[in-house]
Every structure is written in structure tokens, then in C-alpha cells.
Design a protein around this ligand. Structure first.
Ligand SMILES: Nc1nc2c(c(=O)[nH]1)N[C@H]1C(S)=C(S)[C@@H](COP(=O)(O)OP(=O)(O)OC[C@H]3O[C@@H](n4cnc5c(=O)[nH]c(N)nc54)[C@H](O)[C@@H]3O)O[C@H]1N2
Ligand SMILES: Nc1nc2c(c(=O)[nH]1)N[C@H]1C(S)=C(S)[C@@H](COP(=O)(O)OP(=O)(O)OC[C@H]3O[C@@H](n4cnc5c(=O)[nH]c(N)nc54)[C@H](O)[C@@H]3O)O[C@H]1N2
Ligand SMILES: [Mo]
Length: 784
């Protein structure tokens, strides 16, 4: 339901009107402009003041009694002591000072990876980083869990990754000029509910529908049939998970051997095709990457591969590669191989053709919204140069002093004594959580800012309770969305919780750094500044087309915004949409000499001397097929490949405790989907409680038997709050109980959650009670 009444509020899943009665939030209705609002937003209504809400600052009992480093194995089991803000501010300030003095600034790890909430000012991670940079810095992290392998790899191929993520040719162009969309990992509409930083209206579904109406055909290359909406009537190619590179190479091989490739494109716009060609033909290693070769690896017939290759060459084709393809062993390769295939088709830079990084991975991927860069709270300079690729957190804690290869560098892992997380949930996002739990015992102190008792908050020493998005004013500006929003506090927060900004301001005051942290500005001052510094962006991180926003004298590429006061009074502003659809790499293709890429050659690098020069056996100089460390190609007959994809009913672990997410569970546990033949072979029926396990761990889930899943594959969404029993088995259904914590390669060191074999069996014992949403025991300070 949408509404014009109520308080405008927004989060990553959309913009809503908060309906408040007697000071209580009672409903979240879709923003009046949004014709396809997401149900996810409703999940805040009953979770806001649920028992999982943290209402006071908390300190773990053993830490408080015995000091930093005390009984770290009791994290997650100890009681918490509720303390005053004054007390907790002093404790944190003292501990920061101790760690910096005794162990150095790089002994603090504050990568703090996570999605937090959407507002630009109350962005927890930015506030934390600014605060820590005011007092000596911290060991940081680089890249994301979303597509780390691509973030490292694609700059070697195209000169930038973000630029091309931001300028993907969208549905408007595909509908007008495209004929065929070949989607590796599908066009997952469930994921388009989300956008980083919020979104005004949901447009992904209408974009796909436009393409369907225009007669565009779809091929869904995925182990899961419903990775595309049924209206696409897509041909389903249910390949083995993680075999996409073999398929991409075989498509390229077919196109090459049938002489369907565009030599003109390869000559003019690419370097290194000859080296790639030697690999494709087998001249290099004796193995032609033919359709017959790939048929064994992918379990897609050679006939299907050859037909698809011909169809792609005969049509105006977009190759979409889902981000999930990067979150697997050798996740650098699928995007590179897809670019190579698209280059051979010679349609890059043409309307409705080329490649796309993950159409529908977010609401904005596949739209033509103008690129915006909102102003921001400057994070300052971090004097500490140590960092990790973000998903190497457990390695960092477990292996101080050891080295790690990464994108041509050798990093030395510092000795971490203090970990601070604000706006993320590593006990959701990290792989092999039992390994993380061991690493988690290492630091002296773990601090977490959150509003609810997530598994991470439960395992911290100091918990700083913050507000939610409905409890504060903010400003939402997201990079690829035309809506700028003035969101407002709808309800009062509990008395003893604070905005992250105020949490850090209080601690900064204890350290004598308040003025440096706030720059003398109030939250309202910052929001106005963020708004007024909003500009058009050219899509590369940090590089701007215009340097200043102005409300008068519109020049080309100058963003004209309403005055702050009138903007605030109306609550939102929609930036004009471009008149013509965007075409990725159009300028480069029109004139590659005038508009070279930022690669060493200025061209698309199908062979990269730089990457070859790193000498990594795990990532050579051209797109390469590697057998994943575990996959169906090497599985025992009773093993299944587990896909742990993004949840439909929430964003990651956020609002898992709320009504929308709980409605998607069965008897309170996460559903796992599997094929009828696999269920039968294991004596599993629909609705049975099952145990998923491998050498790393186990979790319970409830079986959903469906032929929408390829045989040999099981699928469970991420996000169920981690709820291990004494043996480390998650009773709730968190797949990171069984995923492996290993980097994609020496180059990207990205996470590899989608590479995972498990066994599954019926769980015939008494179902254990779940504790995921049971807050820890809490005692008041004066009872200590
Ligand atoms: N197995 C498997 N694992 C995966 C993935 C997968 O595909 N499979 N995907 C990975 C990916 S792509 C990602 S991006 C990660 C996501 O991992 P995360 O981003 O860590 O997950 P979230 O649940 O969004 O965590 C955000 C946290 O911020 C808190 N929060 C919300 N608002 C605020 C605020 O204003 N202030 C503060 N201080 N806290 C706030 C929320 O309560 C929540 O605990 O997960 C990764 N993990
Ligand atoms: N509702 C909702 N939307 C979200 C999020 C969320 O938590 N909830 N998270 C957001 C975030 S942070 C991100 S990074 C994006 C992620 O976007 P994606 O990476 O696209 O998301 P996934 O759902 O993990 O994967 C999409 C599909 O890829 C398929 N797949 C998995 N492995 C393979 C494989 O080896 N080969 C092929 N061909 N297909 C495979 C799976 O069937 C899966 O459904 O989603 C965003 N959107
Ligand atoms: Mo992500």
C-alpha cells in the first residue's frame, strides 16, 4: 500500500511513509511515488521495540570486572551490565588510549564493513572512521563482500570497475535496440528491492517488463529457475554452479571456430586477443575450450552451447553477469571471461548490446538515472596504512605478522587488539562462522554500535546502542537514484539510545577531540551541507563533472536543486532523468583515441601484462577456467552444492527478527530448497527438518522440495541470525556455518561463499529450541 500521509522515511529497501499513532510506529506505507514498494520495510514495525532492541549501553560482565582481554572465550555467553553513557564513554576512551599507547594505532581494526542504514549523515561506518581518524587512525579494509574479486580484477581489464558498474546500459536501451539478454545468475528481481543509500521508487520490474513487451528474449543461466521472473519466459540453462567460466569460454570458442567474431572490434578496441585465442584453441595448453569440453564441466549439452553462441552472434545481445559469480572460488574470472566474449561479439558500446555487471542486482542496475554524488562528512586522513581485503578478517585476527598477497602487493597482517564495528554484522556476513568465532577470541576488546542484539552485538565487550532510521532526521542521496530525500524522525527513540554521531561525539569529548570531530557543526548543519554539496558525478568514484551545486544559472552538467528550506518543506526532489538512454562505453567505442580507457594500453585488456606480471598461478594474464576448490565436478555422490544467495524478505540479516522475515520461515527456521530427486534419495519430504553439514560445520533448516532448483544443488538464503549450539551447529539456518573462508585468488582475495559442498539429511531428533532472538542476560550496574 502507498500513502501520502505519514512521515517520510527511507532505508536501503525503499522510501516509506511512517504511520504513527500515540507516539508508536504502527505501519509503513510505500512512498506515494513508488508503484512497486517493497514489503521489507514493514519489518521494522514490530522489531522496533521488541526484546531484541538494545536500550542502554552495555558492557560484558567479565570485561568490566577483569579488564580488556578477560575471558574472551565467554563472548556471547557472558551476562551484560547496563551502564550509563558517562561510564561507557570513559571506558571506551581509556581503552582506545591504552591500545594506541601500548600497541600502536594499527592495533585497532575498524573496517566495520556493513550496510547499516541509508541516510547519508547517520552513516555509521563513516562516522566511526572520522572519529578514529581524529585520534590516530586504524587498520582499515578494502573493497566489499559484494564483488571484491571484480573490484580488484576489472580495473586491470577496463581501467575501472565502478565506472562501468555505474554506467551499465539499461533496460530502456535494451528494450529499444536489444534482442537477447543472456543472464548468468539470472535477473534476480528479489534483489532489486534494494539500493545502497536508499531509493525513491522501484523501477527494475517495469524496466524488465518494457524489454519483454518489446520482444526481447531472455536466457537464464543459473542453477535456479526463478532467478528470472516467469514473464520473461526465459530459456533455462541449469548449469552446474561455478562452471560459468567454462561455459563462457566454450561460447567464445564456438564463435571463434565458426568465424562469427568481430575482428574489427578486437583489433581496434582490445589488446591481447591473440594470447587469449591461444588459450581458447588449446594451442597454449593442449585443451581446446570447445563446447564438447565444456559440456562435461557444465552439464549443459554441447548442442545447447553451440546454439546459444550462434544466437548471441546473430542478435543484439546483452550478457549480464550476476555479482554472485564473483563470490566464488576464482571469482575474478567470470566477469573477465564475459567481457572477452562480449568483445568478440563486437557489440560493446552499441545500444542494447555488450555486457552488464549484474542487471537487477540492485534497483538501479539497469536504469538510466543521472549519477549523483552527495556531499559527505569528510572522513579525514587515516595515518595508518595497514589494511586487509575486507573478507580476510579471520586471517587478520588469527595470523598476526603473517603476509597476504593481494593485487600485486604483499600485506603484513598487524596484531589487532581492538575491533570496532558500527553498522555491520560479521556474524552474518563472514564465511565459516565457527572459524570467525575462534578468531573473535583474539582481540582484547570488541566494541559494537547497533540498535538490536545481533549475533555480533551479543559477542561484543562494549555495546553502544544507536537509533534506527525511523528515529532521526537525515538526508538520502544515492549514487544512481534520481530522488533526493529529506527524511524525518517519525518516533522518539528509547531514552538511552543515541545517534552514532552523538555516540562518537561523547567519546571524542572524553578524549578532548569533540571540536575536531564535529567541526563545530550540528547534525542539522551537516545535513544541509551534504545537500548543498550534491553534484552530478561522472560515475568514477570521486571524480566529478561539476564541482559545485548551484540553485541558479543552470549550466550544462550543473545540478540545480531547490533551496534547502523549500526542499525540506516538500521532503523530496526528483532530479531530471536524462533524455536519452545511457550506453556503456559509447564514447570509447566512438573514438578510442580521444577517449582511451584507464588501462596501460588504453584499450580493453583481454590479456593483461600487469596481471601476468604478478606471477600468480591462481590468476594468470587472461580469463582462465579453474576447477573450484569444491563443486559438483569433484563431489561425492551424496554431496550437494549449496547456494546461499540474498534473501527475499530482508536485507542480509537486517530485520530478521521482524514480521516480514519471520513470515518467510518455517517453524521459525530458514527454508532450504532442493530438487525432488535429491530429496527422494535422502528420504526427505517437503517440510522436514534437515541438517546441512560438512567438515566445517552444520546448520538446521526446513526442506522445501521444488523442481525450480537444479538437481545436485540446494539453496538457502543468507541472513538468519547465527544461533550455534555447543557444537557450533546453527539451529536457525545460517549458511555461513558451512561456507568456506578462503579468498578468491591471490589477486582479489574476495569471499567465496557460493563455492560450497554440503551433505543433507533428515534431522529426526527433537528439534532444539532456538535462541537467535533471545537477548543476553542483563544486570543493572548497581547489582554487579
Ligand atoms: N553465505 C553468504 N554470505 C554472504 C553473502 C552471500 O551471498 N552468501 N553476501 C555477502 C554480501 S554481498 C554482503 S554485502 C554482506 C552483508 O553483510 P552486512 O552488511 O554486515 O549485513 P547487514 O545485516 O546489512 O548488517 C548491517 C548491520 O548494521 C546495523 N545497523 C542498521 N542501521 C544502523 C545504524 O544506523 N547504526 C549502526 N551502528 N548500525 C546499524 C544492522 O542492525 C545490522 O546489524 O554479507 C555477505 N555474506
Ligand atoms: N532482497 C534483497 N536484495 C538484495 C540484498 C539482500 O540482502 N536482500 N543484498 C544486496 C547486496 S549487498 C548485493 S551484493 C546484491 C547481490 O546480488 P547477487 O550477487 O546477484 O545476489 P545473489 O542472490 O547472491 O545471486 C543471484 C543468483 O545467482 C545465482 N548463482 C549463484 N551461484 C551461481 C553460479 O555459480 N552460477 C550461476 N550462473 N548462477 C549462480 C543464484 O541462483 C542466485 O539466486 O544483492 C542486493 N540485493
Ligand atoms: Mo553485497
Amino acid at each position: 500500500m502507498t500513502s501520502k500521509d505519514g512521515v517520510l522515511t527511507a532505508n536501503h529497501w525503499g522510501t516509506y511513509r511512517a504511520i504513527v499513532e500515540n507516539g508508536r510506529l504502527v505501519d509503513m506505507r510505500g512512498f506515494e511515488e513508488d508503484t512497486d514498494p517493497s514489503p521489507i520495510g514493514q519489518g521494522i514495525v514490530d522489531s522496533l521495540n521488541a526484546p531484541t532492541r538494545i536500550t542502554e549501553p552495555m558492557v560484558r560482565e567479565s570485561w568490566l570486572l577483569h579488564g580488556p582481554g578477560a575471558q574472551t572465550d565467554k563472548r556471547g555467553k557472558d551476562r551484560f551490565v547496563a551502564v550509563s553513557w558517562d561510564k561507557v564513554e570513559k571506558l571506551v576512551a581509556q581503552e582506545l588510549t591504552r591500545v594506541r599507547r601500548d600497541h600502536g594505532d594499527n592495533a585497532i581494526y575498524a573496517g566495520s564493513y556493513g550496510w547499516a542504514s541509508a541516510g547519508r549523515f547517520h552513516h555509521a561506518q563513516s562516522q566511526l572512521k572520522r572519529f578514529l581518524n581524529c585520534s590516530g587512525g586504524f587498520t582499515s579494509s578494502k573493497f566489499t563482500y559484494s564483488f571484491a574479486a571484480a573490484e580488484a580484477m576489472i580495473p586491470h581489464v577496463l581501467g575501472s570497475y565502478r565506472e562501468f558498474l555505474n554506467t551499465t546500459t539499461g533496460w530502456a536501451s535494451i528494450a529499444e535496440h536489444g534482442e537477447l539478454v543472456v543472464a548468468f545468475g539470472g535477473i534476480p528481481m528479489k534483489n532489486a528491492q534494494i539500493d545502497a543509500g536508499g531509493l525513491g521508487v522501484h523501477v527494475q520490474r517495469s524496466g524488465v517488463e518494457k524489454a519483454i513487451a518489446a520482444g526481447v528474449e531472455f536466457v537464464n543461466i543459473s542453477p535456479i529457475r526463478d532467478d528470472v521472473i516467469p514473464e520473461t519466459q526465459a530459456d533455462w540453462v541449469p548449469l552446474r554452479p561455478n562452471s560459468d567460466v567454462a561455459l563462457l569460454l566454450a561460447l567464445a570458442h564456438t564463435i571463434l571456430t565458426e568465424n562469427l567474431h568481430s575482428k574489427a572490434f578486437l583489433n581496434r578496441y582490445c589488446v591481447g586477443f591473440e594470447r587469449f585465442e591461444e588459450y581458447l584453441t588449446g594451442q597454449q595448453d593442449g585443451v581446446p575450450k570447445s563446447a564438447d569440453w565444456a559440456a562435461d564441466l557444465t552439464e549443459v549439452s554441447a548442442e545447447t552451447i553451440r546454439d546459444l553462441a550462434r544466437r548471441m552472434a546473430q542478435s543484439r545481445t546483452t550478457i549480464s553477469v550476476s555479482w554472485s559469480l564473483t563470490r566464488q572460488d576464482h571469482g575474478e574470472q567470470p566477469f573477465w571471461a564475459a567481457i572477452a566474449l562480449a568483445a568478440m561479439l563486437g557489440q560493446i558500446g552499441t545500444p542494447g548490446g555488450g555486457f552488464a555487471f549484474g542487471l537487477s542486482a540492485l534497483n538501479s542496475i539497469g536504469t538510466d538515472a543521472p549519477l549523483l554524488k552527495g556531499g559527505s562528512v569528510p572522513q579525514g586522513e587515516n595515518p595508518v596504512k595497514d589494511f586487509i581485503p575486507v573478507s580476510r578478517i579471520a586471517d587478520l585476527l588469527l595470523m598476526p605478522g603473517e603476509s597476504l598477497t593481494f593485487d600485486g602487493e604483499t600485506l603484513t597482517l598487524p596484531d589487532i587488539r581492538l575491533v570496532w564495528w558500527a553498522g555491520g554484522n560479521p556474524y552474518h556476513h563472514h564465511q565459516d562462522l565457527n572459524r570467525l568465532a575462534k578468531a573473535w577470541e583474539k582481540p582484547d576488546t570488541i566494541i559494537c554500535n547497533d540498535w538490536c542484539w545481533t549475533p555480533t552485538a551479543q559477542r561484543a565487550d562494549i555495546v553502544l546502542p544507536c537509533t534506527t532510521h525511523v528515529e532521526r532526521d537525515d538526508i538520502c542521496i544515492s549514487q544512481r537514484d534520481p530522488y533526493i530525500l529529506r527524511v524525518r524522525k517519525a518516533v522518539e527513540p528509547p531514552q538511552n539510545v543515541r545517534n552514532d554521531f552523538d555516540i562518537f561525539r561523547g567519546i571524542a569529548r572524553q578524549l578532548g577531540l569533540e571540536e575536531r570531530f564535529t567541526d563545530g557543526k550540528s547534525a542539522a548543519d551537516w545535513m544541509r551541507e551534504i545537500y548543498e554539496k550534491t553534484v552530478y558525478s561522472d560515475g568514477k568514484t570521486g571524480d566529478l563533472v561539476s564541482t559545485e551545486a548551484t540553485r541558479d544559472a543552470p549550466k550544462q552538467n550543473t545540478l540545480v536543486l531547490p533551496e534547502w528550506e523549500s526542499f525540506c518543506a516538500r521532503g523530496w526532489f526528483k532530479v531530471e532523468m536524462p533524455a536519452t538512454p545511457r550506453i556503456m562505453l559509447q564514447a570509447f567505442v566512438e573514438d578510442p583515441d580521444a577517449n582511451p580507457l584507464a588501462t596501460p594500453s588504453g584499450k580493453i585488456e583481454l590479456f593483461s601484462e600487469a596481471v601476468q606480471g604478478f606471477g600468480y598461478a591462481t590468476c594468470p594474464g587472461h580469463p582462465t577456467w579453474f576447477s573450484p576448490y569444491e563443486w559438483l565436478g569433484s563431489a561425492a555422490p551424496d554431496e550437494l552444492h549449496l547456494i546461499s544467495n540474498q534473501p527475499t524478505t530482508k536485507l542480509h540479516s537486517q530485520l530478521d527478527q521482524g514480521s516480514v522475515s519471520r513470515a518467510g520461515k518455517i517453524d521459525g527456521r530458514e527454508p532450504v530448497r532442493l530438487h525432488p530427486a535429491d530429496a527422494k534419495a535422502r528420504g526427505i519430504s517437503d517440510g522436514d527438518l534437515v541438517r546441512l553439514h560438512n567438515a566445517r560445520g552444520a546448520c538446521l533448516a526446513v526442506a522445501c522440495v521444488t523442481d525450480a532448483i537444479r538437481q545436485g544443488v540446494a539453496q538457502i538464503a543468507t541472513g538468519a541470525w547465527w544461533d550455534p549450539d555447543e557444537t557450533g551447529m546453527c539451529r536457525h539456518g545460517n549458511p555461513n556455518a558451512v561456507t568456506r573462508d578462503r579468498g578468491t585468488s591471490d589477486l582479489g582475495q574476495g569471499p567465496t561463499a557460493h563455492t560450497c559442498l554440503i551433505r543433507m539429511e533428515r534431522y529426526d531428533r527433537e528439534p532444539p529450541p532456538m535462541r537467535a532472538f533471545v537477548p543476553p542476560d542483563i544486570i543493572p550496574f548497581d547489582e554487579l
